[in-house]
Design a binder for this molecule. Structure first.
Ligand SMILES: Cc1ncc(COP(=O)(O)O)c(C=O)c1O
Length: 451
């Protein structure tokens, strides 16, 4: 192209290059209209024209400490100046210190870290290790859950995004549908009973001696923030112990303060056998993950080869970034702030419910929340169904477009509007974001059949 004749703005040029030469995840490739981000700070993203966008989903629910924290830049630079890469059979100060810090944060004897690259690689390695260390093959998981996009992780998850690869699924995953309060009519106590009985029955049907592990999210996220009934994780832990089944908690999204504790499972006093981590471990400053295992599991490989490996396992620069990230959580009291902002946000949503008949339900733990939008509060008919087709998304697409037009980045999926800002968010910023969502919900309200 003759650049003298190119009248496109810098921003348009950037978007066009991306559209022409890159692929976009989970989307049809035509008709994309991505935000072009030049820089970011705290809860805000800025485009090339200096327009400010409030990030109400912390990127992909990973930028827990907020954007643009230069402490990470400095830690990364320092590590890179010293040594950028060593093979996983060599060690660095950052790797050892990070392992030690994670052992301090994790409960019980979860003291050994295998460092990975992301959430999916943590899950893949957990699945492999569970099968090898128990000598069993089946993994029980939940339908409405997400564990990553690689083959094993996608097969483990129950997200409908895996359906196009249905015929090539990895074998030996057994899925269970766990009901949730808003769409359960028989009382909270019966909900807990039913959830646990579904697991008990499935374990019996599948043969307890065949089941290596139960894999669950520490708190449900992108599937709809379905809070577990109180006592559920304790019940699952008991079932696992009864049958020699390992409990793997996927804390990729719910970990690192997101739910107001270091890990989601800590809302119930349990200790899992493995924890999968990623996202909030480095908050997106670099891709990284970790599989944390108990001393008991690790010791099985004291005299046998541990058959796990990645060229970039324990990458020194990622370890340095993670170590600094963990310090930031503590120095900036981010977990305490999450709990305070959770109370504030929940109170504000109660007010919004009075104004917006389209809000059917609000489910939130810490700052991992979503509004469920309905056509009819009494029947709870969803504004868009599970795995909605494009023609069922007309209203929700308009809500999403309005949110974006008013300067917010967050997820709108089917009839859910997610609210998961960085954990450094303030009351004023919550108000600013909710004002945008409230304005956009007027579109949904206008489509309510009965308030
Ligand atoms: C609960 C959970 N597990 C695993 C993953 C996969 O993580 P990654 O995309 O880093 O592979 C995600 C990603 O959203 C997640 O939310």
């Amino acid at each position: 192209m003759d650049t003298a004749l190119d009248t496109r703005t810098e921003s348009q040029q950037i978007v066009q290059d991306n559209l022409d030469y890159t692929l976009f995840s989970w989307s049809k490739q035509k008709g994309q209209n991505p935000l072009a981000i030049k820089y970011a700070e705290g809860v805000y993203l800025y485009d090339y024209d200096d327009n400010r966008v409030i990030d109400f989903s912390s990127g992909l629910m990973n930028v827990n400490i907020g954007h643009g924290n230069q402490r990470i830049t400095e830690a990364v630079m320092k590590q890179m100046q010293e040594v950028a890469y060593v093979t996983p059979s060599c060690v660095t100060k950052a790797r050892g210190e990070l392992g030690k810090k994670l052992a301090e944060i994790c409960p019980g004897d979860l003291n050994k870290a295998f460092f990975t690259l992301c959430g999916a690689t943590s899950i893949e390695n957990a699945l492999k290790l569970a099968r090898i260390s128990t000598g069993r093959h089946k993994i029980i998981t939940r339908y409405q859950s997400y564990h990553g996009a690689s083959y094993g992780a996608a097969s483990a998850g129950g997200d409908p995004r895996k359906l196009p690869m249905d015929s090539q699924q990895a074998p030996n995953f057994v899925h269970i549908d766990i009901p949730y309060g808003y769409r359960w009519e028989y009382g909270e106590e019966n909900l807990l009973k039913e959830c646990l009985q579904r697991f008990e029955r499935t374990i019996a049907f599948e043969g307890p001696g065949n089941i290596a592990a139960i894999l669950l999210e520490g708190a449900s996220g992108s599937s709809g923030c379905f809070t577990y009934p109180k006592g559920f994780l304790k019940g699952i832990r008991k079932l696992c112990d009864q049958h020699g089944i390992l409990l793997i908690m996927d804390e990729v999204m719910s970990g690192f303060g997101r739910t107001g504790k270091w890990f989601g499972f800590e809302h119930e006093d349990i200790v899992p056998d493995m924890i999968c981590m990623a996202k909030g471990l480095t908050c997106g400053y670099l891709p990284f993950g970790c599989l944390m295992v108990t001393d008991r599991i690790a010791s099985k490989f004291d005299d046998a080869m541990l058959p796990l490996g990645l060229t970039y396992s324990a990458h020194p620069v990622c370890c340095a970034a993670a170590l600094e990230t963990l310090k930031i959580y503590e120095d900036e009291n981010l977990i305490e702030n999450t709990r305070a902002m959770e109370r504030y946000l929940n109170g504000r949503i109660e007010e919004l419910k009075k104004q917006h008949p389209s809000i059917g339900d609000w489910r939130n733990q810490g700052l991992l929340g979503c509004l469920e939008i309905v056509k009819d509060r009494s029947t709870r008919e969803a504004m868009a169904p599970f795995n909605a087709k494009p023609d069922e998304m007309v209203v929700m697409n308009k809500v999403a477009a309005k949110i974006r037009e008013l300067g917010m980045y967050t997820f709108v999926r089917w009839n859910y509007v997610f609210i998961a800002p960085p954990l450094c968010v303030t009351k004023e910023q919550i108000d600013e974001g909710l004002a945008i969502i409230s304005e956009a919900l007027k579109i949904a309200d206008a489509n309510v059949l009965r308030g």
